[in-house]
Design a protein. Sequence first.
Length: 270
Amino acid sequence: MTNNQWLKEAANTLKSADIGSARLDPLILLEDEVGRDRAWILAHPEAGIKPDQVKKLNKKVVRRKAHEPLAYIRGFTEFYGRKFKVNRRVLEPRPESEAMIDILKSLKLAKNAVVADIGTGSGALGITAALELHNYSVDLYDIDANCLAVARHNAALHELHLHCYKRDLLNRPVRPYDALLANLPYIPSHWGIHRSIHMEPRIAFNGGKEGLDVYRRLFEQISKLSWQPKYIFAESLPPQHKELAKIAQNGGYKLAKTQDFIQLFAKPVE
């Protein structure tokens, strides 16, 4: 079978299942399998694919047809230009979360700043912060030991040794932090969601009735600490921003910046 033949068959299969990226997904899978980029594949439509490769590819198409996220099928995804392992234990990091790193970099915190990634999942946010800001000390927190196992793998993949802590949000923090990265669940429980999201861990996206229950708990925890971070980053849907700002204000924080899905809250200087 040639590149062109397989791509057409795979695209038709995914179209029949109402996959919006029916043409792109097979191309990505073929890139992975044959070790060639899409420019080469498209420039060589008559190049042959080995029978064992076709078999592997067809199995992956069946999984994608069932609306399994492409990242789970591939076993990895990209975030901030780097590869991260993902599986069904963790939420796939989204491009909109990258703005959190951009804003963190713009703050120009002290070189010995200490940062915590709360609800780290795959570790993408915390690991990226550590890689982009070499002098920062970063800790990873998650309630799920399986998530922390993935985060540890990704830290090792990027040649980092980051401490991982099994905690309910910031319960029993190991040390004070200058900044918190908190990409917590924010999807309201009554919302209808895409089929593919149902294959991701519910605990990672379900934010309760209004979507902000987990953020409320985080700010309550922070208010009881003997110290408070200077900055707290949060991600939520833009229509939730006003309410989340109120939650932060009740916790003693003011909105400092908003960029798409991301909000930065700052502790006023006394």
